[in-house]
Write a protein that binds this ligand. Structure first.
Ligand code: P6P
Length: 340
């Protein structure tokens, strides 16, 4: 029931969702609150990154061999602290840690996989960055966690979402009942429902890919790109920010496909299945879109290790299926190498 104002805070929305779906959201809305608390701390530091010496390198590299920016470490620590202090979570897999952080003393039933600060290479140039998270329920009911608990296919997610630290700070998430977007109102410190029931527009008008890698793309990807440039009745717009959360968010609002294909040099591409592809694919599917590795729904892949990478195509469902048709036609012999 709505009274005078149509302003709905995240807290009010969660309570309404608990009433509408008592079987689902109540169990992990606490985790959502914990994530949002950490995101507020991250947002505060991101917003002043240019002002204090939090930029620059720690001189360390993460398990990906990437230069680690202080904000990466800060974000990871904020998320870890909030999640384990909330006592709903028994394990966290982070892009910033070689292996899972597990609390075998915890009564928590949930496992969180996250990229605490995706797009961190954009920090120094003040381009939008984000936090991406997936929430899974442990499969075993007690005792030490097993691989079955920790590495689950994406379609086992119970929730997924992202924070976007852009011109405004947004939270977009799903618990399997659609996708909703909330914008932080700094004047009152609340996330307000600004994008209810988000859906991809009917038409795909934008493609997002780093064409600097074109020469190394497989034939199916090249043929798809030739097709949309040569044959489409109305030209597509090319938009590429180099920050997955920002590129995905724009495509969700305006219609588009984001691609990080495999290449002859890196057949599995760059993006991680567990920290980036699966959460974004769950959100996309709930918004009428689709996420693929070129051959299959990425959420059908059984992960074999925490940091595994995958080629990634996500956005308007028909557009992603179009890419799959080109991959099927031109790259089917590569399947074993790319996704095997
Ligand atoms: P490239 C950021 O480092 C990231 O992981 C994603 O956010 C982004 O989509 C991609 O890498 C950009 O990679 O090779 O185009 O710079």
């Amino acid at each position: 029931m709505q009274h005078g104002t149509n302003v709905i805070t995240l807290e009010q929305f969660i309570i309404e969702q608990e009433q509408d779906h008592p079987e689902a959201i109540g169990r992990f809305s606490k985790i959502l609150r914990d994530i949002v608390l950490a995101a507020r701390m991250i947002n505060r530091e991101v917003n002043k990154a240019g002002l204090v010496d939090i930029l620059g390198l720690t001189g360390e590299t993460n398990c990906q061999g990437e230069r680690v920016q202080k904000l990466d470490i800060f974000s990871n620590e904020q998320m870890m602290d909030a999640l384990f202090r909330g006592r709903m979570v028994c394990a966290v897999g982070s892009e910033e840690n070689d292996d899972f952080i597990i609390d075998n003393e915890s009564e928590g039933k949930y496992v969180v996989l996250m990229d605490p600060l995706d797009g961190s290479s954009n920090i120094d140039v003040n381009v939008a960055i984000g936090t991406i998270f997936s929430i899974y329920k442990r499969k075993t009911t007690s005792g030490p966690l097993t691989q079955e608990d920790l590495l689950q296919p994406g379609h086992q997610q119970v929730a997924a979402g992202y924070l976007l630290y852009g011109s405004s700070t947004m939270l977009v998430y799903t618990t399997g009942n659609g996708v909703n977007g909330f914008t932080l109102d700094p004047s009152i410190g609340e996330f307000l429902l600004s994008h209810p029931d988000m859906k991809f527009p009917e038409k795909c008008t934008t493609y997002s890919v780093n064409e600097g890698h074109y020469r190394d793309f497989f034939e199916g990807t090249k043929e798809y790109l030739r097709h949309i440039k040569r044959d489409s009745p109305t030209p597509y717009s090319a938009r590429y920010i180099g920050s997955l959360v920002a590129d995905f968010h724009r495509n969700l609002l305006t219609g588009g496909i984001f691609m990080y294909p495999g290449t002859t040099k890196k057949p599995k591409g760059k993006l991680r299945l567990n920290f980036e592809a699966n959460p974004m694919a769950f959100i996309a599917e709930q918004a009428g879109g689709y996420g693929s590795d070129g051959y299959q729904n990425v959420m059908d892949i059984q992960p074999t290790h925490l940091h595994q990478r995958t080629p990634f195509f996500i956005g308007n469902k028909d557009e992603v299926h179009k890419v799959e048709s080109y991959v099927e036609q031109f790259d089917k012999l590569l399947a074993a190498e790319i996704v095997g």
